[in-house]
Design a protein around this ligand. Structure first.
Ligand code: KIV
Ligand code: ZN
Length: 389
């Protein structure tokens, strides 16, 4: 790990990820995912919302018991009963965190909470103080910060830091912000809040406009040092920022970022598979990092380039994020070099260029009829052509 500042990875697959309709998990499943996140070396695991149900309380407690390498966090509204419940669920954690939140946007304060801004500030401070009496690590989120008045946000943030919040998380709850705007907001808050150096600034971006990762990265460039994210980008509605994308963007572009995570990237694909298999939500094939095609090459030009030097068309190594290898997919766009290389891997070599050409023509004919040519198709094709093996 470099000398750079640490970018804290806060994974909320087990809380916000689980809020994805149809993705609810049993206690045992949460513990399995919790252990995978620990292997990934996630800094903070938000294991659930203990006040939401007896089941979620038990799940947070079970994850807190089972996981040792990561801090375990429980979510609580800014209400006494929620906060006490979170504190109870975390009692057996080696390192715990209570994450309490209260909305600060005009629409949420007026229509949902029916509270005045002054009442919101008071309730946020009370919540943080109570949480601090139960746990020495407290995070506060002004919900819907992305649509809140920045001046009011400054007031709330200053007050909760004074009350003992060690992390202030800025959520773009409805995924409304754009990268330049969101990065600018984080920069401004850090500049204007007088005690901002006493807390870690965190961001929590939703993907309604498809820019959750871009917003998170813009925030990091403006001083955020914790990113909240989920495996495979699972989460409410269009999901949360995808952990694997945030981590690999920062890792791959170390020339650009002033910080790095402590994530063991080799564990990314195993964690992604586990979450996909448990929830039944498979990442789409072209999903960055963890999609089946993320390291697959089909066109002849790309295959030829990669066979000569991988960096011609690869900016990361498949092996570094937990894939066995990159993949040459044989299809109608593939070229002779990839065809020859795959046959060689199968132990099939040609005595002459004519034989290779003959087999390659047959392969192209088949590829016009079939999306992908598998090893068995190649074996059959060569046998049929009656070539020397
Ligand atoms: O999206 C959101 O605002 C949240 C908070 C609870 C942090 O999930
Ligand atoms: Zn959220």
């Amino acid at each position: 790990m470099s000398e750079k500042e640490r970018l804290i990875i806060f994974d909320t697959t087990l809380r916000d990820g689980e809020q994805s309709p149809g993705a609810s998990m049993t206690r045992e499943e949460k513990v399995r995912i919790g252990r995978a996140l620990e292997r990934l070396k996630v800094d903070v695991i938000e294991a659930g919302f203990p006040a939401a149900s007896e089941g979620d309380f038990e799940s947070v407690r079970a994850v807190a018991r089972a996981v040792r390498g990561s801090r375990i966090c429980g979510l609580a509204r800014a209400r006494e009963d929620d906060i006490r419940r979170a504190g109870e669920a975390l009692q057996e954690a080696e390192a715990g965190r209570i994450h309490t939140f209260l909305a600060t946007s005009p629409i949420h304060m007026e229509k949902k909470l029916r509270m005045t801004p002054d009442e919101v500030v008071d309730a946020a401070v009370r919540a943080v103080k109570l949480a601090r009496s139960l746990c020495d690590d407290v995070e506060f989120s002004p919900e819907d910060a992305g649509r809140s008045d920045p001046e009011f946000l400054c007031r709330v943030i200053e007050a909760v830091i004074d009350a003992g919040a060690g992390t202030v998380n800025i959520p773009d709850t409805v995924g409304y912000n754009l990268p330049e705007q969101f990065g600018g907001l984080i920069g401004r808050l850090r500049e204007r809040v007088p005690n901002s150096d006493k807390a870690v600034f965190s961001v929590h971006c939703h993907n309604d406009l498809g820019v959750a990762v871009a917003n998170s990265l813009a925030a990091v460039m403006n001083g955020a040092r914790q990113v909240e994210c989920t495996i495979n980008g699972l989460g409410e509605r269009a999901g949360n920022a995808a952990l694997e994308e945030v981590v690999m963007a920062v890792r791959t572009r170390q020339d650009f970022f002033p910080c790095d995570t402590g994530i063991d990237a080799h564990e990314i694909v195993p964690a992604s598979r586990l979450v996909a298999n448990i929830t039944g939500f498979q990442p789409q094939p072209n999903k960055a990092i963890v999609g089946a095609n993320a390291f697959a090459h089909e066109s002849g030009i790309h295959q030829d380039g990669v066979l000569k030097h991988r960096e011609t068309y690869e900016i990361m190594r498949a092996e570094d994020v937990g894939w066995h290898t990159n993949r040459m997919v044989l299809g109608k766009h593939s070229g002779r070099n990839a065809f020859r290389a795959r046959l060689k891997d199968l132990g099939i070599e040609f005595e002459s260029e004519e034989q290779l050409n003959e087999a390659f023509q047959r392969f192209k004919g088949l590829a016009d009829k079939k999306h992908e040519i598998f090893d068995e198709d190649l074996q059959a094709l060569v046998t049929e052509a009656n070539l020397e093996l």
